[in-house]
Write a protein that binds this ligand. Structure first.
Ligand code: UDX
Ligand code: ADP
Length: 458
């Protein structure tokens, strides 16, 4: 068995993860394949298909040396004995479990492809987040062939967060490897552990059984999302009282048992993982008849949707219950800063609700305008949307600004200049509590932040 690595799926997870392995392990050849020719061409070009701070440098350093991007999946399967599968596992939109369960068709196609093409023993590693016990199904598909080949399925979920992926990969809190608890499984686990051990301390490499590993990934995302929904539920209460959510978050986060991270009230969580993984967890609980557990986790998603709608309702109320024909500048469309990714971004729902009210929206974002255009392609009044990379131009003649992504550059904007160019009264709705609200208020803005008392001149 050779040590060469193939990764099937060149997306937000597969791309950075494999680039890091190639960067840290020069003696290992890493090939990333994808069915999407355009994506592979972009990985081989000067403009990578995803924006992630620090990624370009490591890709450019290793590409063509021990890091390769290709669409030749068959050759990849033949040449490499360690195969990561990092294809997309979206929420099912049809049939049983629609809206909740993971759609495993891409994963299954991959498993069948590997079985058909492989002519030597392979370690097949789940990198995509998958429902518990998927590995068993995959092992069954792989073992169902007539060839005398041994396949070992491992689970090695990825915990990187977008925007900080490179740092997360260089200094992970832990690496989790789940595998069958037999000799063949343990051999495969150690082979994979040896790769990570080239830069991660062995004490941080956790070995578990397959199901614990699969479930840990869903649980980690569910717990993180739950914290955001919890603080967001308190933000609604703060807006009704004179409590300030950032003071509450600071006070509770000082308790070591709670900790300060992931307590930032916001317009809501987005990203490709949180909602999908919780819905997946809900579906699994229901499958096992655990209705109360399913309901418990479902509430985290319901609270998130409430937070997004609440934001628009507050805008509408503040702007005299009508925004029809009014220009609103949207600052930030990505689901978080430092990424061009807009999957499940709260901005999508906010913009669609504003358009339903016949507002005219001017969307600005340093990285996500291309995706934003696709996300809003299906709205009926598309003529009411303007995409404008320059935030100053976006705000010209606007009645309001809605800040939806906490890009660092937004802190450096000249808000006096922006205020002067806007219609009056000018409103500022900060969905991330990102800009100093006292400063905005002193310029003349009517300021609405999350979980804090509004500051208005009206
Ligand atoms: C998440 C997990 O953090 C990561 O471990 C997993 O591998 C994938 O899912 P990601 O979605 O990339 O990563 O970003 P994350 O930083 O977790 O943020 C998710 C969403 O929650 C963003 O929209 C962010 O703005 C929001 N968020 C996060 C808050 O609103 N408040 C917080 O305190 C933290
Ligand atoms: P993630 O955020 O989990 O990385 P992405 O959607 O960004 O998910 O990436 C998944 C990638 O997997 C896409 O580029 C898609 O084209 C690719 N893919 C899906 N099915 C297959 C397949 N059968 N073979 C190769 N690549 C695939």
């Amino acid at each position: 068995m050779n040590n060469n690595i193939l990764c099937i799926g060149a997306g937000y997870v597969g791309g950075p993860t494999m680039a890091m392995i190639a960067y840290k392990c020069h003696d290992v050849n890493v090939t990333i394949v994808d069915i999407n020719q355009e994506r592979i061409d972009a990985w081989n070009s000067d403009e990578l298909p995803i924006y992630e701070p620090g990624l370009e440098e490591i890709v450019k350093e290793r590409r063509g040396k021990n890091l390769f991007f290709s669409t030749n999946i068959e050759q990849g399967i033949i040449d490499n004995d360690i195969i990561f599968v990092s294809v997309n596992t979206p929420t099912k939109t049809f049939g049983h479990g629609a809206g909740y369960a993971a759609d495993l068709q891409y994963w299954e196609k991959c498993a069948r492809h590997i079985r058909e093409v492989a002519n030597s023993d392979k370690i097949v590693i789940e990198k995509s987040t998958l429902p518990v016990r998927t590995a068993a199904a995959m092992a069954r598909i792989l073992e169902h062939g007539s060839k005398e080949i041994k396949f070992t399925v491992l689970s090695n979920p990825e915990f990187l967060a977008e925007g900080t992926a490179i740092d997360d990969l260089q200094n992970p809190d832990r690496v989790l490897i789940g595998g069958p608890q037999n000799e063949q499984g343990k051999f495969a686990i150690e082979k994979l552990a040896a790769i990570y051990a080239q830069w991660v301390d062995d004490s941080k490499i956790l070995r578990t059984n397959l199901w614990s590993s699969e479930l840990s990934k869903l649980t980690a995302n569910a717990f993180l999302a739950q914290r955001v929904s919890s603080i967001n539920s308190i933000s609604a209460l703060c807006e009704q009282t004179e409590a300030d959510v950032s003071e509450v978050a600071h006070a509770i986060g000082a308790d070591k048992r709670i900790g300060p991270k992931f307590l930032k009230a916001s317009i809501g969580f987005g990203g490709s993982c949180f909602k999908k993984d919780i819905l997946n967890l809900v579906y699994i609980c229901e499958t096992y008849g655990l209705t109360e557990c399913a309901e418990y986790w479902k509430q985290v998603v319901i609270m998130n949707e409430y937070q997004e709608s609440r934001f628009v309702a507050r805008m509408l109320k503040a702007m005299f219950n009508t925004i029809a024909g009014k220009k609103i500048a949207i600052l930030g469309f990505a689901f978080k800063a430092d990424t061009g990714d807009t999957r499940e971004s709260p901005a999508i729902k906010v913009c669609k609700e504003l358009l339903q009210e016949n507002a005219i929206i001017t969307i600005s974002d340093p990285q996500a305008l291309k995706s934003a255009k696709k996300d809003l392609a299906d709205v009926s009044n598309i003529e009411n949307i303007i995409f404008e990379p320059d935030p100053y131009k976006a705000a010209e003649n606007a009645h309001a600004i809605a800040l939806l992504t906490d890009w660092k550059n937004y802190k450096k904007l000249d808000f006096k200049k922006i205020y002067d160019s806007m219609e009056k009264p000018a409103f500022f709705f900060d969905g991330r509590n990102h800009i100093d609200s006292d400063m905005l208020y002193s310029i003349g803005f009517n300021v609405y932040t999350i979980g804090q008392t509004q500051k208005t001149h009206l």
